[in-house]
Ligand binder design. Structure first.
Ligand SMILES: Nc1nc2c(ncn2[C@@H]2O[C@H](COP(=O)(O)OP(=O)(O)O)[C@@H](O)[C@H]2O)c(=O)[nH]1
Ligand SMILES: [Mg+2]
Length: 318
């Protein structure tokens, strides 16, 4: 369930403090695995030998960096290390850290264009965090002074539509919905027309969870895109895949398959507060070369952060 739907109006002091936790605190489990793991590996070492590379390989693979991406990192570290003499363990640590950072696709801000409505189609499997992320995103954009409308495109479950409607009412965000079982493309199209009429800046469309193996459901997503494109070839301006970061290497597979079938433009990776599998971001970014737009680091509405590769790597390694 969307916890922030139930959020109290006046958070207690404790809750407020929790909300102020830094990215480093939120990514604690992954930091412990990757950052602390790397520290203990390079401690007291000045040169990179085969033993060290082997240990590094084990660390990266066990941190969900993935075999192919790990190979790439190891090769690059090997080459760089043979060319220059490293001063101390810290230079070695920094070299590996930067090598990982270079895998992350930068320039990742989602900048709604001047064309309105800027349409964001949100897709992913069940429970990945789509609806939660949409609520957080809506608030984020509202905070930037933009008007937002939501399309309740998850028409499979009555609860899904109601949840979004109740939340929209409370937060003064229009939600366009039809009854359960309605054609998702028609809901999104309705919302698009309404957003044009109201001159809304951003339209975010929720969709039902689906697996890439469910052909009929994947076709439904294609239909949503087709219907939008008929009216504006630039829409949807963003096709955002939401993935649960805790699913590790499965997340890479999911992202690959969704990308192949509906052509994604960006990723949001959720639940990084609860997992040590944060290494998967390097793997996904390297495999798909798609920008990671946002990361989810908690259940509260403030817990969606625009992704910044340097901040992320600093939080894990500093
Ligand atoms: N801890 C944590 N939980 C999250 C995050 N994002 C989503 N969730 C939880 O994941 C669950 C499923 O989210 P939901 O948005 O309903 O998934 P959907 O089926 O893809 O729409 C809910 O309990 C959310 O509160 C996150 O970044 N951190
Ligand atoms: Mg949902």
């Amino acid at each position: 369930m969307l916890n922030f739907f139930k959020k109290k109006q006046n958070p207690s002091l404790k809750e407020e403090e929790e909300q102020k936790l830094s990215l480093r605190d939120r990514l604690f489990k992954s930091k412990k695995k990757l950052g602390d793991g790397l520290s203990s590996l390079v401690i007291g070492k000045k040169k990179i030998d085969e033993d060290l590379l082997e240990e590094l390989e084990v660390l990266l693979i066990s941190s969900d960096v993935g075999i192919q991406t790990t190979d790439k990192v190891i090769e690059s570290v090997r080459k760089k290390a043979s060319r220059k003499e490293l001063k101390d363990e810290d230079s070695l640590y920094q070299l590996i850290k930067l090598e990982l950072e270079s895998l992350l696709v930068t320039d990742s801000d989602l900048e709604p264009s001047s064309e309105i409505p800027f349409v964001i189609l949100v897709v992913g499997i069940n429970g990945a965090g789509k609806t939660t992320t949409i609520g957080k995103l809506a608030k984020l954009f509202q905070g930037e002074g933009k008007s937002v409308m939501l399309a309740a495109g998850d028409t499979f479950r009555a609860a899904a539509v109601e949840q979004l409607q109740v939340w929209g009412e409370r937060n003064d965000i229009t939600v366009i919905a039809q009854k359960t079982g309605a054609d998702a493309a028609s809901v999104v199209y309705d919302a698009y027309q309404s957003a044009i009429a109201k001159k809304t800046d951003i339209l975010i469309a929720d969709t039902a969870g689906r697996l890439h193996t469910q052909d009929n459901l994947m076709q439904e997503l294609e239909k949503i895109k087709r219907v939008l494109k008929k009216h504006n070839e630039n829409a949807p301006h963003e096709t955002l895949l939401v993935i649960d970061g805790g699913s590790g290497q499965n997340a890479v597979q999911q992202a690959n398959e969704f990308h192949k079938s509906i052509n994604l433009s960006g990723l949001a990776i959720t639940k990084l507060d609860g997992t040590a599998k944060g290494g998967v971001l390097f793997s996904i970014s390297d495999a798909l070369k798609l920008p990671i737009r946002f990361i989810g680091v908690g259940e509260a509405i403030e817990d969606l952060k625009p992704f910044n590769s340097k901040d992320f790597v600093d939080a894990l390694f500093d």
